[in-house]
Design a protein around this ligand. Structure first.
Ligand code: BG6
Length: 467
């Protein structure tokens, strides 16, 4: 079929401050939880930043942003997703005044994007809660985080509100259930964290998200605020109705976050989960009012689908932070993430039907090991596997558009190689641009265009026509 993407479709790439900026202690930045997570979610955090933590230097975007943005422009990016490091703006998170040097850095990034006509797409909080908030308050378990976050967002809207139209409140907000430190800044180890505290933290994030949505409408009229969900369609492992129900309940655990963001109140199935877990949420009347500030659009990441089974003996998926059972019909990446392009069409239809809000795919891509080779005197990576992955997924996006889904854009994850969130490796590469740095932190940090660089350039130039 011929894929037709709408005019003005926002093609681009996505990143997060903690995974690529580096400069963890420059420009007045305070520490974030990532600075003590040298192994991602694969091991407990360290006490202090350690040399083996690749994120401390990242890929040095902090100093190389102009060169990198020029490469994105060369590919024809219409949009670029990045996050603002909260601890660059408020080093401790609860400071009274912001750090001007941090604010000025993002002014420079925005200047560069403007120069190339690239629309910024900003994540306010992407797995990088200031460490002080984790240590002093146990992150989002504490209600005071709502005020700190709102204060931080106000500073961002006042400073950049005229220049940034698209904002995301929390990256993969539903991931907190499985990764409470990374997604909720909660230092209490997951095994010791009570359901009461976990769900209270979720409630605080949801209220914070709604409050800054209202704030944006006051301070930055014209801004579009989106929630961001880790999408993982869940299929029943067999047609047994018990498996079907199990799959639905797994979906509901994720839907709840979108439902609250789009409808403004908690759905009944979620309240039942709380009741059965013996959780009594502290929800004030003001919270209920705040939650009514629903989002303008729904953004999500998509990498994989999973299966669910009512049979407890079924093994859980490997390296998959969201749990689930393996799908026997699908192949997987080198990191065990199962590859399911049709699942993306399913998510798009499902979310559009459910929420009737414009959607935005803000992450999708293949983490793979790349080899830098010299071809005709030029160093490059022959990443046909990545082209194939993206091509198949974008073809399904085209199908969903033909199904009538309203989609604002598509940003591939890690458009330039960066440090992995789950495993903290650099060898798990997603980019169109290869960065010379390995898992031991060695390398020149030089950038090289991969084969997929030209492929994506063509996709954008033809607005999807070349797929
Ligand atoms: C998402 C996150 O979970 O997936 C990103 O929003 C992350 O921060 C991406 O990098 C890919 O995951 P990983 O673990 O391969 O880096």
């Amino acid at each position: 079929m011929t894929t037709t993407f709408p005019e003005g479709f926002l093609w681009g790439g996505a990143t997060a401050a903690n995974q690529f900026e580096g400069a963890y202690d420059q420009g007045g930045k305070g520490l974030s939880i990532q600075d003590i997570m040298p192994k991602g979610i694969m091991a407990p955090p360290s006490e202090e930043p350690t040399e083996d933590n690749l994120k401390l230097t990242g890929i040095d975007f902090y100093n190389r942003y102009a060169e990198d943005i020029a490469l994105f422009a060369e590919m024809g990016f219409k949009t670029f997703r990045f996050s603002i490091a909260w601890s660059r703006i408020f080093p401790n998170g609860d400071d009274a005044t912001p750090n001007e040097e941090g604010l000025a850095f993002y002014d420079r990034v925005l200047d560069e994007l403007e120069k190339h006509g690239i629309e910024p797409l900003v994540t306010i909080s992407h797995y990088e809660t200031p460490l002080h908030l984790a240590r002093e308050y146990d992150g989002w378990t504490d209600r005071r985080l709502i005020d700190f976050y709102e204060h931080y967002a106000r500073v961002l809207f006042e400073r950049y509100g005229q220049r940034v139209k698209y904002w995301l409140t929390f990256n993969e907000i539903n991931a907190i259930i499985h990764a409470p430190l990374m997604a909720g800044g909660i230092l209490t180890p997951k095994e010791e964290l009570s359901k009461q505290d976990l769900y209270q933290a979720i409630h605080h994030e949801l209220v914070a998200s709604a409050r800054v949505t209202r704030l944006a409408r006051e301070v930055a009229p014209g801004a579009q605020i989106g929630c961001m969900i880790l999408a993982m369609p869940t299929y029943p492992l067999t047609p047994n109705p018990e498996d079907v129900l199990k799959a639905l309940q797994a979906e509901q655990a994720n839907y709840a976050f979108g439902d609250v963001h789009c409808r403004g109140y908690y759905p009944g199935y979620f309240l039942r989960t709380l009741r059965e877990a013996g959780v009594e949420l502290e929800i004030t009347d003001q919270d209920r009012e705040d939650l009514k500030n629903t989002v303008d659009f729904v953004s999500f990441s998509y990498y994989s689908s999973v299966c669910e089974s009512a049979d407890p003996s079924q093994e859980a998926g490997e390296s998959n932070i969201m749990g689930g059972t393996k799908n026997p019909t699908l192949k997987a990446s080198e990191w065990g993430w199962q590859i399911d392009p049709v699942g993306l069409r399913i998510v798009l239809n499902d979310y559009w039907d459910r929420w009737q809000k414009p959607l935005f795919i803000v992450e999708n891509g293949l983490g793979a090991k790349d080899e830098l080779l010299e071809v005709d005197g030029v160093k490059t990576v022959q990443d046909d596997y990545r082209i194939d992955y993206l091509n198949q997924h974008l073809t399904q996006v085209g199908e969903a558009l033909a199904d009538g889904v309203d989609l604002l854009g598509y940003t591939t994850w890690g458009c330039i190689d960066l440090v992995s969130a789950s495993t903290a490796q650099l060898s798990k590469r997603y980019g169109f641009i290869y960065v010379d740095r390995n898992d031991y932190g060695q390398g020149s940090l030089e950038r090289y265009r991969k084969k997929s660089f030209d492929w994506y350039k063509e996709v954008i130039a033809t607005n999807g026509g070349s797929l």
